[in-house]
Design a protein around this ligand. Structure first.
Ligand code: ITT
Ligand code: NA
Length: 232
């Protein structure tokens, strides 16, 4: 049985459309390590959740990236929602000429086994500038360039499928991205930042779960994962 590891009911609702009854929520609050990208956070969480559950787990780490703020709140989105709040994120962004933003989701799957490292084999560990181990490998150039020289928007846009994060336990990574704009809150559906995120003229909170899934960061990542998982 696959466990979808989250404390967030909104994520579970959206995952059901792709994973159906083969998925069970595991309400486990894994350690969200301090890191400036979602892949590192999700991969770490998946390993911790797998060790806890001893069953295949899928972790979902998401964030809202506001271009005018160089991608803030990004990996700190949950903390900012709890402290600043969604309404005030809108009011801060309102002051900016450029209100473009994006959502990104990283799904990290771990079942204690290895994977074929497609599209490119991963046979090395990289080191970050400060000498600490960098668990993010795979997909060649995109990964290599994922450094300080890349803008948050570039980073968010440069999402690729089928990355494998190595380290102790192998973790398979699936990413999803959606561009949009920060607007005054509208709509009653969804969760989190959905009322202030507009895509093609409609906020995510104005969409049904099906409509949101069809275009959203999470829907895209789940579709990739679902396709891979069913073939497995
Ligand atoms: P788990 O970590 O337990 O899964 P969480 O709600 O803390 O639940 P994240 O850290 O991934 O999940 O979420 C970061 C923030 O982004 C948090 O404030 C969410 O409410 C928000 N968020 C995530 N996905 C979203 C979506 O599809 N629409 C709107 N807000 C979203
Ligand atoms: Na979280």
């Amino acid at each position: 049985m696959l466990r979808f590891v989250t404390t967030n009911q909104g994520k579970v609702r959206e995952a059901r459309e792709y994973l159906g009854e083969t998925v069970e929520q595991l309400d486990f609050d894994y350690t969200e390590i301090q890191a400036d990208d979602l892949v590192t956070v999700a991969a770490h969480g998946a390993r911790e959740a797998y060790r806890h559950a001893q069953e295949p787990v899928l972790v979902d780490d998401a964030g809202l990236f506001v271009d005018a703020f160089d991608g803030f709140p990004g990996p700190y989105s949950a903390y900012v929602e709890d402290t600043v709040g969604v309404e005030r994120v809108w009011r801060l962004t309102r002051e900016e000429d450029d209100r473009s933003a994006s959502f990104k989701t990283v799904l990290a799957y771990c079942d204690g086994e290895g994977f074929d490292a497609s599209p490119e084999p991963v046979d090395h560990e990289t080191r970050t500038e400060d000498g600490s181990r960098d668990e993010r490998t795979g997909s060649g150039a995109t990964r290599e360039r994922r450094g300080q020289d890349q803008s948050a928007e570039e980073r968010a846009a440069a999402t690729t499928d089928d990355q494998v994060a190595t380290g102790d336990l192998p973790v398979k990574i699936f990413e999803g991205y959606v561009p949009g704009e920060i607007v005054a809150p509208r709509g009653e559906g969804g969760f989190g930042y959905d009322p202030i995120f507009e895509h093609d003229g409609t906020t995510f909170a104005e969409m049904t779960p099906e409509e949101k899934n069809a275009v959203s960061h999470r829907g895209r990542a789940l579709a990739k994962f679902g396709e891979w998982y069913r073939e497995r």
